[in-house]
Ligand binder design. Structure first.
Ligand SMILES: Cc1ncc(COP(=O)(O)O)c(C=O)c1O
Length: 256
């Protein structure tokens, strides 16, 4: 609080801003430099290494009760988190199919966080960019301009939204208003034995239950057996179920 404010009896503004922007700027430059080195030199590091006990112990440290300077926090994150990655950005990581991040994407994430964009609505550029990306995706996939879309966090969310649309369209009632208990003809969904487990989770979360999702056998090439799919749909219709959706799988869930 400066003397003038004190004389006027004004309180200093409370803020979460840094006390010294120059310090934050210098640290930010260091973070970016380190990040570039981290990616550029990934081949010089092992894919994975065992975490020493003292580093592991840092993750059970008690809740901090007082603030810490940002550069101390960054040093700690470098020492404990950045030094012991899963390894999926390494060119010799073959343990699983994880994506391997992307530097320009990371810069985009950074700017989105800086802007604090909220895409729930409003008249602003980030919202327009979101729509533009959806429109470009529609164009790439050959969808009509009238198609709708939304950007989500990943495969599980994309599938649950797609399956929700199928459920709501085929339910024969307004599910959003009346709930799944009011669906008269139980819905059935179909996918090959190679579909990802997120579809099962979606069935559970959508209130349809795992049994509403029929796994159809695959052929020697792990493609869905179309004759078996037709037979399952016919049987289900005869038993009073309503087919709602066939889940397509490009590739397979178990081979990449
Ligand atoms: C074929 C397939 N579908 C869905 C998912 C789930 O995606 P996410 O982890 O982005 O939710 C995965 C994840 O690996 C997947 O491989």
């Amino acid at each position: 609080m400066d003397a003038v404010q004190e004389n006027l009896g004004l309180l200093a503004e409370e803020t979460l801003d840094p006390l010294d922007w120059a310090d934050v700027q210098a640290l930010s430059h260091r973070v970016i430099d380190d990040a570039v080195d981290y990616l550029r030199d990934v081949r010089d590091r092992p894919v994975w290494r065992e975490m020493p006990a003292d580093v592991r112990g840092a993750f059970s440290a008690p809740l901090p009760r007082s603030p810490a300077p940002l550069d101390a926090v960054y040093s700690e994150v470098s020492r404990t988190v950045m030094s012991y990655p899963m390894g999926n950005i390494h060119p010799r990581f073959w343990s699983w199919y994880m994506g391997s991040s992307n530097f320009t994407g990371a810069l985009g994430d950074f700017l989105a966080a800086i802007q604090g964009s909220n895409l729930g609505g409003g008249n602003h550029a980030a919202g327009l960019m979101d729509s533009q990306v959806v429109n470009w995706c529609k164009e790439m996939l050959g969808f009509p301009a009238s198609a709708g879309g939304t950007l989500v966090s990943g495969g599980s969310m994309a599938n649950i939204i797609g399956l929700t649309v199928a459920r709501n369209v085929k339910a024969g009632i307004d599910v959003r208003e009346h709930g799944v208990a009011a669906i008269e003809e139980p819905l059935r969904f179909y996918g090959s034995e190679q579909i990802h487990s997120c579809h099962r989770k979606a069935m559970e979360a959508l209130g349809l239950g795992n049994r509403a999702l029929r796994r159809i056998p695959t052929d020697a090439g792990l493609r869905i057996d179309i004759a078996a799919l037709r037979a399952a749909i016919t049987d289900d219709r005869a038993a009073g179920f309503k087919p709602a959706c066939v889940i397509g799988t490009a590739g397979t869930g178990n081979t990449r």
